[in-house]
Design a protein around this ligand. Structure first.
Ligand code: P6P
Length: 337
């Protein structure tokens, strides 16, 4: 390991000194980092530790929970309660928000999807954890859902862990995006991807094409044009990817560009789409925008959305700026705007 690399903790300390912050970012992130290391260990152990398969329970979304969904949620809840920084937490796996007792000085709220893409666990495809950090609103003394319902623009930090061929964490505190790789020899996340930027153009799109019969016309138009290749209106060939793990898709886009779409369609429109606003779309939108990309519903900026309930769903189009702008323009044209 080149010894000029710096650890994630040192990086955060540097960030704090540079911003003259109160020192909370390092404290806030320390427990999240530890939780992600523990989850990485359990994911990597997989079948050896009996971690594959179903837990025999359902989450608030009515989805069958995998054993690792439950384990990752328990790890996130336990580790992040210990530090006393969070007054409350909210998880994809839990119906209600959780007040952290004894966190007298907890000035922050933590929202997370402890294991996103868990349908991939048993087939050994990358999964991840996604988290979003909000300030506890002034004057709020009781931890109820309303305290969490803040716009994405109010996030103080966001990030994800990707349990892939290597374990990585990617974070933003509103000052760009930086990526860290877990060095298992020393058990530390090391800065390996400083100042990540999403290329403005791409030749790669990601969408679950099995849903094409449900798509709205602007989405169908965009995908058809990509598939028409260089003979078509785009004048270039495109490639398609679909991992069914948002963390893996977003990470690929951060590294080499691309556009990710999980639009609302005729089948999921009543639910508002598939992906959840508070702990999937908002944190990923914060990261993507901080890396120079865009994140919209096709009809507005994701981070400007005023949440109405904790587990609400939202259409998601994010990635390379010029592609998201094109999709937004197709939606505006379709809507007659
Ligand atoms: P589908 C995983 O369940 C997830 O929330 C995202 O990580 C992923 O992008 C999407 O849903 C996959 O959805 O419909 O392809 O299974």
């Amino acid at each position: 390991m080149p010894y000029h690399r710096i650890t994630m903790t040192h990086f955060l300390l540097q960030e704090q000194r540079r911003k003259g912050a109160s020192g909370s970012f390092t404290a806030l992130m320390t427990d999240i980092i530890f939780a992600c290391k523990m989850i990485a260990h359990e994911v990597n152990r997989g079948a050896l530790a009996g971690n594959h398969g179903l837990a025999g329970s359902e989450n608030v979304q009515g989805e069958d929970q995998k054993k690792l969904d439950v384990l990752a949620n328990d790890i996130f809840m336990h580790m992040n309660a210990l530090g006393g920084n969070y007054a409350g937490m909210a998880s994809e796996e839990l119906e209600d928000v959780h007040a952290v007792h004894g966190a007298a000085d907890g000035k922050y709220l933590l929202l997370f999807d402890p294991l996103d893409g868990s349908s991939n666990i048993d087939v050994n495809i990358s999964v991840g954890s996604i988290f979003s950090i909000l300030r506890l609103p002034e004057g709020v003394n009781t931890i109820e859902e309303a305290a969490f319902l803040r716009k994405g623009v109010e996030q103080v930090a966001a990030g994800y862990a990707l349990y892939g061929s290597s374990t990585m964490m990617v974070i933003t505190t509103g000052n760009g995006v930086n990526g860290f790789t877990l060095d298992n020899n020393v058990g530390m996340f090391m800065l390996t991807h400083p100042d990540m930027k999403i290329p403005e153009d791409t030749k790669e799109f990601a969408i679950n094409a099995s849903r094409s019969r449900f798509w709205e016309p602007p989405v169908k138009r965009y995908v058809d044009e990509c598939q028409a290749g260089k003979e078509g209106p785009r004048g270039k060939d495109f490639n398609m990817r679909w991992v069914a793990s948002m963390v893996a898709e977003v990470h690929r886009i951060l590294v080499r560009g691309g556009v990710f779409m999980y639009p609302a369609d005729s089948e999921n429109m009543k639910k508002g789409g598939k992906l959840r606003l508070m702990y999937e779309a908002n944190p990923m939108a914060f990261i993507v925008e901080q890396a120079g990309g865009l994140a919209t519903t096709g009809r507005g900026r994701i981070m400007d959305m005023a949440p109405t309930h904790l587990h609400q769903r939202v259409p998601v189009i994010l990635g390379s700026r010029n592609e998201v702008e094109r999709l937004d323009s197709y939606h505006a044209e379709f809507d007659g705007k």
